[in-house]
Design a protein around this ligand. Structure first.
Ligand SMILES: [Zn+2]
Length: 411
């Protein structure tokens, strides 16, 4: 199947020479071609260029994109999209004044999600999660990372990871799985954190690795959850099994987790609402991608990741949704890009780079996703007729999407 798209008002994030990620001042540069064509063959980008230089191409289908912009699909590198039920009641509790920590102490939070998930059969968990995957595909997400971590028993963690695997098999969106057994302490290990960590490392991790159920390993490194020493212990074990670290750090407190992530060559360190100068310094000239989750800050009313300070210091930055039932019940990357511009003072160019190529890097997918480049996946968004790509964050709370193609399939 070949598809030719003509008269594209602007083809955005065009990288003739593919880059792995963009950092610092380069994030402000978003290469585009005005008045362009795009030619795709099956699931890959075959050719693109200026409309008036288009060679003679015959295609099975031709789409006229006059007035419309094309950009690569969003790469959402941090989600917990596989979950059971919702946490609407806690949402109301928070409106009435309880903090996230207070709700967690009351037996809400992650443990509430874990209880529901443990009781939900695998096929039911799959169908609830599949609906959300379909929803984010329609919102322009073409690659996504999904974590376990609402199981907290061996059986339930493996159930989550099998659901993630099945979603990847059944949908064109590329899905990468992360094992997040160390997300919270389950009731059975309430006063025995080291016992639970040993259980994760010796009872669950070997099976996850053996059955190839995850590419990445994650831990919630935070005051009141898992310490920096716990993080080191888990990352040492995870990397020994060939899993690459991606960790939750610096959401509420900065305790040295960023440095530990860098030490274990984490592909990404995520959240980073609380960043000290030494945390920014630790990330300089490393392969570790900082990931900001602005819709989580929006929903919890907590500080935003200091993107300006980080980018101005030369760091790269990726943007992701953190889609989960407790702190971010939304998987809308369009809103994330808008919030990054509005609340974190990122320019549209920086936000789009962060949500495409840098998001792809944070999933190890930069060779196939995140830019319009020959040979990369034919995964892109065709917008409605809009004046410029800056209109995408400008028209916040809405989206500008007309069509979405993922791996060459129109969604
Ligand atoms: Zn998260």
């Amino acid at each position: 199947m070949t598809i030719l798209i003509t008269n594209i008002k602007e083809l955005v994030q065009v990288r003739d020479v593919p880059v792995r990620k963009v950092s610092g001042a380069d994030m402000g540069i978003l290469p585009t071609i005005k008045n362009a064509f795009l030619f795709i063959k099956n699931d890959v980008i075959e050719a693109y260029g200026k409309q008036d230089e288009m060679p003679n191409i015959t295609a099975d289908k031709v789409i006229d994109a006059s007035g419309k912009i094309i950009l690569p699909t969003w790469c959402d590198s941090h989600t917990h999209i596989v979950f059971a039920g919702n946490r609407e009641q806690e949402f109301v509790d928070r409106i009435k004044g309880m903090s996230y920590e207070e709700i967690a102490k009351k037996g809400g939070g992650i443990l509430n999600s874990a209880k529901k998930l443990q009781q939900t059969p695998e096929n039911e968990l799959y169908s609830q999660s599949a609906k959300r995957v379909e929803e984010v595909m329609r919102l322009g997400t073409g690659a996504i990372e999904i974590k376990s971590g609402y199981g907290l028993t061996k059986e339930a963690e493996l159930k989550m990871l099998r659901v993630i695997k099945k979603l990847n098999e059944n949908y064109p969106v590329t899905i990468k799985a992360t094992f997040l057994g160390a997300h919270a302490l389950p009731h059975d290990f309430k006063d025995n954190k080291s016992g639970y960590l040993d259980f994760v490392i010796h009872e669950i991790l070997p099976t996850v690795a053996k059955e190839k159920l995850a590419s990445f390993i994650d831990i919630f490194c935070e005051t009141g959850y898992f310490s920096v020493a716990d993080t080191e212990k888990l990352l040492a074990s995870g990397t020994a099994y060939g899993l690459v670290p991606k960790i939750h750090v610096n959401q509420f407190t900065a305790i040295g987790g960023v440095q530990m992530g860098v030490k274990y060559k984490a592909l990404s360190v995520d959240h980073l609402e609380e960043m000290r100068a030494e945390d920014i310094e630790a990330l300089q000239n490393t392969g570790t991608m900082p990931v900001a989750l602005p819709s989580c800050s929006f929903f919890l009313n907590i500080p935003y990741t200091p993107a300006r300070k980080m980018i101005d210091s030369g760091l790269p930055l990726a943007l992701a949704t953190d889609y989960n039932p407790g702190s971010t019940p939304s998987g809308n990357m369009n809103f994330v890009v808008a919030t990054a511009c509005i609340k974190m003072r990122m320019t549209p160019e920086e936000a789009i780079n962060a949500a495409t190529i840098n998001g792809a890097y944070a999933m190890g997918l930069e060779k196939t996703h995140g830019s319009i480049s020959k040979g990369k996946k034919a995964s892109f968004i065709i917008t409605k007729e809009i004046p410029s790509y800056g209109f995408i964050p400008y028209s916040f709370g809405n989206h500008c999407i007309d069509k979405v193609f993922i791996d060459g399939h129109e969604i």
